[in-house]
Design a protein around this ligand. Structure first.
Ligand SMILES: [Zn+2]
Length: 550
């Protein structure tokens, strides 16, 4: 269907739904009409941004001042109606009739919900920062609940709110902050959720802000005035920090002409005596504290914060995995990440490794540490450029030790050294040119150890994902780089993903199933269901441990 046909069909369907085109709009396909909602007729417009149908249309009240004079959930301050979330609703350019009907139905439901004020305060509270409709700032208020704070201007017109201590690098500190860019601010901690009451608009003056604070029970008027006027200069920035977010205002007392014979009116006087004459601009916060950063994508899982983790092997799998671990909170909030690798980055690694060519020749563990800390400056990382077994004492009391070397002999030795200790062990490796990935978690004595996965004679892998006759192809590489198994970056990053999921499940207390196999190349590898692998009868590693502890 060409563009003209799509336009024709869009117009036909919108007319059928009771709308007429508004020819005045130049860039959008705009339609206006009346909807029967909340017991009355409400004039709205629906504008399709283009004929590609990749974006939801924009619905607006034509007369928001009359229909919804106050703040109403799902309504922005220009009358725009939030009727669905982009991504939740998929329009189909091959089914314009269905797409139009879907949008009109959602708009009708959204209008009804919005204009009948159903659950208004709860809905406003859920996205209060948007409803406050202020300029964006970032905040990290994790420290003690003091009233005084710094509001700091950073490059790119970014503002950051902190109670005390130097501004962390994550928020642009500490080097880039000039003293003149630090403003005194007052933060008021609020235990209940911020929301608007029925009939309440966004504050435009200090008097309205004080009324907002008092009507919601967030702070009393005289307390706010006392905090901002305490001291010689007025504290222009005031913030409310609540469980559902942080918003603020900047107080702007207008200049008052000095009348002869009178004492000049100071900003503090105006705030105290004429708050209705002090305009405010509003500020809407975006949380930038570490718990928020690491928890927001976790849903019901726990992040890897506050955990001691060792990653042995910073090669193709390990380098991608290290980044994923840090991204999931490893090394943060009291945890630390130990990286162990005794090799340096070679040119031949680049196509599969996380690190780029600027690190060629550098020890992998050190280079990975510096690269990760460049992006995650709060991360506690230790790099050890030694052979893994020589450093066992540094990590045998960790919470989790991950072996991403893919070297069976080393894995077997690690399995022996860490057997029965407090560290959970996670092994991850690729099979056959990257045709399959497998990860095993050993977190106790109930299921298989690493060596249990091989037969007694050590010649066969019990859960080998490779189809028979598909031995990995080894190619002679240039001198000095050893033999390498050729596969692109896809396979090691997929293997790292399997290992990360297992680590997150372990952290959340539900690592089952402990042996996970990912079939990457379906021609070469077969499917193995995830399982908790049983111990091997007479496993030499389990047996050696039993003898040691008897
Ligand atoms: Zn065993």
């Amino acid at each position: 269907m060409d563009e003209a046909a799509r336009r024709h069909e869009l117009h036909r369907e919108m007319r059928a739904a009771g709308f007429r085109p508004d020819r005045a709009a130049s860039n959008v396909h705009l339609f206006v009409g009346e909807r029967r909602t909340a017991g009355r007729n409400v004039a709205i417009s629906i504008g399709f941004l283009d004929l590609e149908f990749t974006r939801l249309p924009v619905a607006k009240l034509l007369d928001p001042d009359r229909e919804a004079p106050d703040v109403v959930a799902h309504l922005d301050n220009c009358g725009g109606l939030c009727f669905a979330r982009h991504g939740d609703v998929v329009l189909d350019r091959y089914d314009i009739q269905g797409s139009v009907q879907l949008c009109v139905r959602l708009v009708d439901q959204g209008l009804e919900r919005t204009l009948t004020h159903k659950r208004l305060q709860d809905e406003v509270a859920q996205e209060f920062q948007q409803h406050w409709d202020g300029a964006t700032f970032f905040y990290d208020l994790q420290t003690e609940a003091a009233h005084l704070a710094w509001f700091t201007k950073l490059p790119d017109d970014v503002w950051a709110l902190r109670r005390s201590g130097p501004l962390p690098q994550r928020l642009g500190g500490p080097k880039s902050v000039k003293k003149k860019n630090k403003e005194n601010a007052v933060v008021i901690s609020v235990n209940s959720e911020l929301t608007f009451q029925h009939g309440q608009g966004r504050p435009e003056t200090l008097a309205e802000f004080l009324a907002f604070c008092e009507s919601g029970g967030y702070a009393n008027r005289s307390e706010v005035v006392r905090l901002v006027t305490d001291g010689r200069a007025l504290k222009e920035f005031v913030f409310l920090h609540a469980p559902n977010g942080c918003v603020g205002i900047r107080i702007m007392p207008s200049d008052v002409q000095r009348r002869s014979g009178f004492r000049p009116v100071t900003p503090i006087d105006r705030v105290k005596t004429r708050p209705e004459t002090c305009e405010v601009t509003r500020l809407s916060g975006s949380a930038a504290d570490l718990p928020h950063i690491f928890e927001r994508n976790m849903h019901d899982q726990k992040p890897l914060t506050a955990t001691n983790i060792t990653l042995i092997g910073c090669g193709t799998i390990g380098s991608h995995l290290a980044k994923m671990l840090v991204q999931s909170g490893a090394g943060h909030l009291g945890g630390r990440l130990l990286l162990v690798d005794n090799q340096s980055l070679a040119p031949g690694n680049i196509g599969r490794h996380y690190l780029g060519p600027i690190h060629i020749g550098a020890p992998k563990a050190e280079a990975l540490k510096s690269e990760l800390q460049r992006c995650f400056p709060d991360c506690e990382i230790i790099a050890v450029s030694n052979e893994a077994l020589g450093a066992v004492g540094m990590y045998n009391k960790d919470d989790l030790v991950i072996d991403a070397t893919g070297e069976e002999a080393l894995a077997i030795a690690l399995n022996d050294h860490l057997f029965g200790g407090q560290a959970a062990r996670l092994h991850v490796a690729l099979f056959g040119n990257g045709a399959a990935a497998q990860a095993l978690l050993v977190d106790g004595d109930e299921y298989a150890c690493y060596r249990c996965l091989k037969t007694i004679d050590g010649k066969q892998w019990r859960y080998d994902p490779m189809k028979p006759g598909n031995a990995p192809e080894e190619r002679a590489a240039a001198c000095g780089e050893g033999n390498f198994i050729p596969y692109a970056v896809a396979a090691p990053s997929m293997a790292a993903g399997v290992a990360l999921r297992l680590a997150l499940d372990w952290r959340s207390g539900d690592p089952s199933r402990r042996l996970r196999t990912l079939q990457i190349d379906k021609k070469l590898a077969s499917n193995i269901d995830d399982k908790n692998p049983k111990k091997l009868k007479d496993c030499p590693a389990c047996e050696a441990y039993r003898v040691r502890t008897v």
